[in-house]
Design a protein around this ligand. Structure first.
Ligand SMILES: Cc1ncc(COP(=O)(O)O)c(C=O)c1O
Length: 397
């Protein structure tokens, strides 16, 4: 007789055999540079908590106070009885932070991309997407009935040629959606959003940027990529992000026109059919916005650390690719070298992850380092000295 679940064991064993299974290490305490990971004291260099806000005193206190006032959960989806005054306050604070008419929050960033993209465009439309966009964008695109075309990574010439081809189509597409990450998560480079706007404005394309790794990092007070390029929401129509990275909490969001927000909360199934975030998360996210607005030292320290670290490792001869941000890959090409480098660094008290195929091209394996504002010069110099000695030992430099 057929065993209905035998594939589970078999497929997992195949992953293990091919070293493609994820090993989940346990972080014992806050996600911070000095961490205990799997019972070992390490410097943690693979965190999205770029500014240490997840354990900032004001952010923690706001969550504790909100639990006392509202309880642990929101109790329903947003459109039934899950919208509490604290969710609305967060959306107002976020809109003001983003210089937008309005903002809307979602359970996660993934649920924004998978829920909104299929609503914005359908079978009379086309999506133009950067080849290195995040998986949640790719899934959102797959869920849409629109045609799709992928342009070469951050290549404005290629994007222009795609636009001029589709502009000649008769009858014309009803809507055109151009979509890009703001900061690319594997290479740390920044989307040329100003140029994307310039080359697409004459065809009336909607522009959608996923700024998950740009918020708290780029722009004045970490407002993000739209602010960084001095653009606005008449030009960049959907500014999407997530609180799960520099804000230190969790939850996806969009900012733009009032029309975008009214449309989105009435259409996106990932908002309509998924429960509201816990009120304590909304409260701690408001506190995180407060910190960004009033304590500019965190973003400044993040950049000081980034500039010092990147310059030093480049001078040692490491290949940091096209990184322009605190995401710094060290490209070693072969997968086994990346895996070996990461495990030897861990043995030496430094936790980074190897990034190998299929996350990056087969010959572009790397370790990925994410710089943090909470790293001290002592942390950075220790990491640099270990990178140098192990890099020499493994013939990477
Ligand atoms: C570029 C990008 N978009 C979206 C997401 C998803 O965000 P969330 O973790 O809030 O679901 C991530 C996080 O991994 C990301 O890196």
């Amino acid at each position: 007789m057929r065993n209905p679940t035998s594939f589970l064991k078999k497929e997992f064993e195949d992953l293990v055999e091919n070293s493609l299974d994820w090993k989940m290490k346990q972080v014992e305490g806050p996600n911070q540079p000095d961490s205990i990971v799997d019972s070992k004291k390490v410097i943690l260099l693979c965190s999205n908590n770029y500014l240490g806000l997840s354990y900032h005193a004001k952010v923690k206190k706001a969550a504790i106070d909100a639990i006392e006032k509202y309880g642990a959960g929101a109790g329903a989806v947003r459109v039934i009885s899950g919208t509490m005054d604290i969710h609305v306050e967060l959306e107002k604070r976020l809109a003001s932070f983003k210089n937008a008419e309005a903002s809307l929050t979602f359970p996660t960033g993934f649920s924004v991309n998978s829920g909104l993209i299929p609503q914005l465009v359908g079978d009379e439309d086309i999506i133009i997407s950067d080849e290195l966009n995040h998986g949640s964008i790719i899934d959102g695109v797959r869920l849409s009935k629109a045609e799709r075309i992928v342009y070469k990574h951050n290549d404005i010439e290629d994007l222009s040629s795609v636009i001029s081809k589709i502009d000649k189509k008769s009858p014309p597409y009803r809507r055109i959606l151009i979509i890009t990450d703001g900061v690319f998560s594997m290479d740390g480079d920044i989307a040329k959003l100003d140029e994307i706007y310039k080359v697409s404005k004459d065809v009336g394309a909607m522009i959608y940027v996923d700024d998950a790794h740009g918020e708290g990092v780029l722009g004045e007070k970490g407002k993000g990529i739209v602010n960084h390029f001095k653009l606005d929401h008449n030009k960049i129509h959907v500014e999407m992000g997530t609180f799960s990275k520099a804000f230190g909490t969790v939850g996806g969001h969009i900012s733009g026109s009032k029309e975008l927000i009214n449309f989105s909360w009435n259409k996106c199934r990932t908002l309509l059919l998924s429960s509201a975030p816990p009120p304590s998360v909304a409260a701690s996210t408001i506190a995180a916005i407060d910190v960004l607005e009033h304590e500019p030292e965190h973003v400044k320290k993040l950049w000081d650390n980034t500039i010092y670290f990147k310059r030093t490792v480049k001078d040692l001869g490491f290949n940091t690719g096209i990184s322009e941000t605190p995401i710094i890959p060290i490209i070693v090409n072969e997968s086994h070298k990346a895996q070996n480098f990461a495990s030897q660094l861990y043995e030496n008290g430094i936790y980074v992850v190897p990034i190998v195929y299929p996350m990056v091209a087969k010959d572009k394996a790397r370790i990925r380092i994410q710089i943090n504002s909470e790293l001290t010069n002592e942390h950075l110099d220790y990491v640099i000295s270990k990178l140098e000695s192990l890099g020499k030992k493994l013939k990477i430099i």
